[in-house]
Structure formats: C-alpha cells, structure tokens
Ligand binder design. Structure first.
Ligand SMILES: [Zn+2]
Length: 129
C-alpha cells in the first residue's frame, strides 16, 4: 500500500469492493471522491482512511438517458449521500424501483453496498440501512 493515495487506487478500491476515502494530513477532514486539495484547509497531503459506509440520502435522481456505457442499465437511481464522516459522494441507490421514485425519501439512512454492472465494472452504491 503506497502512502500517497491516487485516483487510480480510489477507483481500484471500488472495483475491489474496498471503498476508502482520503484523509487530510493537515486537518483530518475526510474526503471522497478525491480532490486536489482539502476543501476545509487547502492541504495537499492525504492518507487513506477507512469509512463506516453509513450515510444519509440528501438528494437523488432517476437516470433514464445514460451514457452509452450504462444505457442498458437504465433506468437507475443515482443519489447524493452524506457520509457520517462528513463528506458527500454520488452513488447508485439500490433496493428501490426506479419506476416509483416517490417511494424514495430524502433523509433515509443508508449503508454502503456495491453494484456490479453487466460489463463487469463495480459501482459504488447504497441501500437503505
Ligand atoms: Zn484539511
């Protein structure tokens, strides 16, 4: 494991179902997805940190028209999730029907999961806790 986290490792960790976030060496802020500098203190030194995988749904949308790569997976739900550690990420939402989005409630407590696509990619995903 290298000391300096990279975006390539971040993506590989998701593929390996071992999601981790950056932690700022300056102020300890938890950061995901990767940024060039800490959005709290502007620091540029990071290390990997484990996160609980718990979060809260902030917003969501149903994707009907997807990028070519994901078109055969549409419709699917993409949510904005506040992790308990204090960073905000975008991920698929699982366990709801994208055809009945009114059943999805903002504020729902979520837990980290993963979704494997038809083309063998792994996406970050969350489902209701
Ligand atoms: Zn910082």
């Amino acid at each position: 494991m290298s000391k300096e986290p990279t975006i390539e490792e971040y993506i590989q960790n998701i593929e390996d179902k071992q999601f981790r976030a950056y932690q700022c060496g300056g102020c300890g802020a938890i950061i995901a997805p990767p940024q060039g500098c800490c959005y709290t203190c502007g620091g540029t030194e990071f290390k990997w940190t484990q996160v609980s995988g718990k979060g809260t749904l902030v917003s969501f949308t149903v994707i009907h028209i997807a990028p070519d790569e994901f078109q055969n997976e549409a419709p699917y739900i993409v949510g904005i999730v506040d992790l308990d550690e204090g960073t905000r990420i975008t991920a698929r939402l699982l366990g709801w029907d994208p055809n009945t989005p009114k059943e999805i409630e903002v504020g729902t407590k979520l837990v980290l999961d993963y979704e494997e696509s038809d083309v063998g990619r792994t996406h970050l995903a969350f489902r209701a806790a």
